[in-house]
Design a protein around this ligand. Structure first.
Ligand code: ACO
Length: 334
């Protein structure tokens, strides 16, 4: 006899971006670029950046508190906290452990998840499995980044793209047939070098020479990432749809990773979704890596754009290389 699995869905969402903004015209004064180039090639107008001394845990905590309140779940009732980030406060302890303490989530296990921009969708899949299997009841998943601290502000190829922020969702049991219906997770480590931070770990520790060569910052072959992203975004959503026994015609919303408006546009075309059905906030935030999807999701949810029963695809890609999609049947009453 097979045990009945619990339906796992999103009970509440929250987000936070730092106050300070850097506009394209600010960047014109820092590197050889123009507002027109950035808008045309990426869709980005401005991005938020953390204050000096403001760690990622600060943004993550604010997003988490908002999500817990929205879900009506107390921190003490959390069983697990997952923080998807590539800019943790420190390598150890994990940012998830820092939050476990700050939130007072006394019984929660906690770990960070490393899947770059795909991290939140990876985390959502992990959370749903723990809940569906009956192991845990409430899981807090956060995507949070302070990319401004690992971006080379003298490199026009990268500094125009990224921003800081955090998004969070509380996962828990929902009505049968709702919640996370299927997912697709993938990786291709052979593409690891197209997007990396060379001096950030045991291979190349941060030495004086590494700092002088700007090896502590994000390095990216933008064209290679672009080609990969255009291929994978639509494909991963189609795979997740198959696994959840739905078709692209049934999709109500796409919440994509916000890396480049042209990548989002091509995914929407492949899925035959009009742009009104795609949640886009890249113009004001840029690429917030693991935070992009949950911030877009939370903003849309709090703007009452989703109604109960809507079929939503979350889709991301990023360093690794990684990709991930989740199909969610929205379970919350508006
Ligand atoms: N301002 C002005 N000109 C620029 C800038 C800039 N900021 N950056 C590059 N250029 C120049 C280039 O030097 C090049 O000049 P050249 O023709 O004289 O050599 C020209 O503009 C065209 O450059 P391309 O790289 O061909 O520009 P492209 O249209 O590919 O856009 C971009 C570049 C925006 C980086 C694009 O490739 C892209 O979005 N790639 C995907 C990046 C991405 O998604 N990364 C994040 C992944 S998620 C994660 O895990 C963190």
């Amino acid at each position: 006899m097979t045990q009945k699995r619990t339906s796992a869905g999103i009970l509440g969402t929250g987000w936070c971006v730092p106050e300070k903004t850097v506009t394209n015209s600010d960047l014109e004064k820092m590197v050889d670029t123009s507002d027109a180039w950035i808008v045309e090639r990426t869709g980005i107008h401005e991005r938020h950046v953390a204050a000096e001394g403001q760690p990622v845990s600060d943004l993550a905590e604010r997003a988490a508190r908002m999500a817990l309140e929205d879900a009506g779940v107390a921190a003490e009732d959390l069983d697990l906290i997952i923080v998807a980030t590539l800019t943790s406060d420190r390598i150890i302890p994990s940012t998830a452990c820092i939050l476990q303490d700050r939130l007072g989530a006394k019984k929660a296990a906690a770990f960070d998840l490393s899947a770059a921009c795909s991290g939140f969708a990876y985390g959502a899949a992990v959370a749903s499995q723990f809940i569906a299997g009956g192991v845990y009841r409430h899981v807090l998943v956060i995507g949070a980044e302070t990319l401004s601290k690992v971006v080379d502000w003298t490199d026009r190829n990268t500094c125009i793209l990224f921003g800081d922020g955090a998004g969070a969702a509380v996962f828990g049991p929902v009505e049968d047939g709702y919640g996370l219906l299927g997912f697709d997770l993938g990786s291709d480590g052979s593409g690891g070098d197209v997007l990396d931070i060379p001096a950030s770990g045991s291979l190349h520790p941060v030495t004086k020479e590494a700092l002088e060569a700007h090896q502590q910052y994000i390095h990216m072959d933008g064209k290679a990432v672009f080609r990969f992203a255009v291929k994978i975004m639509g494909h991963t959503v189609e795979e997740a749809l198959k696994k959840s026994n739905h078709t692209k015609e049934e999709l109500d919303w796409l919440v994509p990773h916000q890396a480049n408006i042209r990548i989002i546009d091509s995914a929407a075309k492949r899925l035959e979704l009009p742009m009104e059905k795609v949640i886009i906030n890249i113009e004001k935030y840029g690429n917030m890596s693991a935070a992009s999807i949950p911030v877009a999701l939370a903003e849309a949810a709090h703007a009452h754009r989703f109604k109960k029963g809507d079929l939503i695809a979350l889709a991301g890609f990023g360093a690794g290389l990684t990709w991930a999609s989740c199909i969610v049947k929205w379970a919350k009453e508006d």
